[in-house]
Design a protein around this ligand. Structure first.
Ligand code: NAD
Length: 438
């Protein structure tokens, strides 16, 4: 089976390398020449654990290659996966310009039967629109089938998620095309991965509803956490006990500085937009976004509570990525929070094991002093603010940190430390929703 994957970001590159590892011949296409040059040289343009090795192994085996030439790549392939970005437009809708551009390029080049598979997260109706665009613009009467195959991988454990997904969703109208895509995922089928075979619209909705529900869980527990702080309850025990009810489940009930990343914020906004467009406002989702925005402010307020007014204060920020094990800072809470701390007069010394360069690119104007380790960041600081739960922050030498800081104060926005222990060590400490310890 020959496959083309268009877009070599997190989804495209992981899926392309994953399918090559299943034994298929995969050519990955991108318009970004720099990215393709790097990939050809064996470099991965972003950090994802295990990806470099997986790519190298499959390139060496002759099953994975890279190009900027879409026409050439598509010529030899039966199945084409669209994995380009669908970033948020200013009005909250999904910006489909990259998807449209790919569809029009495909219409130009296709001269035999193809299955076009959309892995990008796209609003309900988009796959039908892609088919229409291609049918209206193609230069011949060859048949094209369109399949919706949303991707659920998580950055930081993307390979594991691709290789062992909770489910594979395949939406389409052509039994023939569905059978071809099922065949690609045959290795997973054998591992008894649940497959959901459905229509285009339902497949598209599954992706948005899933992300919106996960984001709802986060905003819910964040809102409960802030109330816990006010009334003296401990959210960790609350969440644990809630999670023991199998109707609720224990996962995704960890309070923090609010969700970020390239998916949750944009997908919640896009689903809310779809609701508005269809005269059906999604009240819960509007609240999820409002709470998420407020959570940044809650975090800044905690810093101010613990170390007073910010002018003249130095804040050590640990973690810039939106979550551990990724270099991605898209919509990371750190972007907002660091900006606000600086705007209110604080100096910021920041450390992230991987995401520093991406953060600099996203906020070149911010006068952040970047440290090479957590201890350098803590040196002379009046407050240590933990924004990302990188494993290396869980085992800091806290005596050393205390001695380096101007004031021993910690705002643990990821609840990675136990309040009682921190107080015993002599820190002024506040977590998120730790009640009487707040
Ligand atoms: P990304 O921004 O990392 O990568 C997108 C790539 O597409 C870029 O390399 C870009 O150069 C390329 N591209 C843009 N226009 C192109 C064109 N016309 N031709 C060829 N290449 C083009 O994006 P991503 O994070 O991989 O996300 C891709 C899609 O998958 C989005 O819709 C996203 O919502 C969805 N998704 C992302 C994740 C995730 O964790 N990142 C998970 C599931 C689904």
């Amino acid at each position: 089976m020959h496959i083309a994957v268009i877009g070599t970001g997190y989804v495209g590159l992981v899926s392309g390398a994953g399918m090559a590892d299943f034994g298929m011949n995969v050519v990955c296409v991108d318009i970004d020449e720099e990215k393709i040059t790097k990939l050809k040289a064996g470099e991965i343009p972003f950090y994802e654990p295990g990806l470099k090795e997986l790519v190298a192994k499959n390139v060496k085996a002759g099953r994975l290659s890279f190009t900027t030439d879409l026409a050439e790549a598509v010529k030899r392939t039966l199945v084409i996966f669209i994995c380009v970005g669908t970033p948020p437009a200013p009005d909250g809708s999904a910006d489909l310009s990259a998807v449209k551009s790919v569809a029009l390029s495909l219409a130009e080049t296709i001269d035999e039967y193809k299955v076009i598979v959309t892995k990008s997260t796209v609003p309900v109706g988009t796959n039908r629109w892609i088919k229409q665009l291609i049918d209206e613009n193609k230069k011949n009467d060859v048949k094209v089938d369109v399949i919706s195959n949303p991707e659920f991988l998580r950055e930081g454990c993307a390979i594991e998620d691709f290789m062992r997904p909770d489910r594979v969703v395949i939406g389409g109208e052509s039994d023939h095309a569905i059978a071809i895509i099922k065949d690609i995922y045959r290795p997973l089928y054998l591992a008894e991965t649940p497959f959901v075979i459905t229509d285009l619209e339902t497949a598209e909705m599954i992706k948005y509803a899933s992300n919106a529900f996960l984001a709802t869980k986060i905003s819910f527990i964040n809102e409960v956490a802030t109330l816990c702080d006010k009334v003296g309850a401990d959210v960790i025990t609350v969440a644990k006990a809630m999670g023991l009810d199998p109707r609720i489940g224990p996962r995704f009930l960890n309070p923090g500085p609010g969700f970020g990343g390239s998916c949750f914020p944009k997908d919640v906004r896009a689903l809310a937009y779809l609701g508005k467009q269809n005269n059906h406002p999604m009240h819960i989702l509007e609240a999820v976004l409002t709470v998420n925005e407020r959570q940044r402010e809650v975090t800044v307020q905690k810093v101010k509570q613990i170390c007073g007014d910010l002018p003249g204060k130095t804040i050590a920020v640990l973690g810039l990525a939106f979550k551990p094990n990724t270099s991605d800072v898209r919509e990371s809470p750190a972007l907002d929070i660091v900006e606000r701390l600086i705007a209110e007069g604080a100096k910021v010394q920041a450390y992230d094991p991987i995401a520093e360069e991406e953060f600099k690119k996203a906020k070149p104007e911010l006068p952040v002093k970047y440290a090479t380790d957590p201890y350098e960041a803590a040196d002379g600081a009046h407050c240590l603010l933990i924004l990302t739960e990188w494993n290396e922050f869980r085992y800091l030498d806290l005596e050393k940190i205390k001695n380096l800081m101007a004031e021993p104060a910690i705002v643990d926005a990821r609840n990675i430390y136990e309040p009682a222990r921190m107080q015993k060590l002599g820190f002024k400490y506040t977590g998120m929703g730790r009640g009487n310890f707040a």
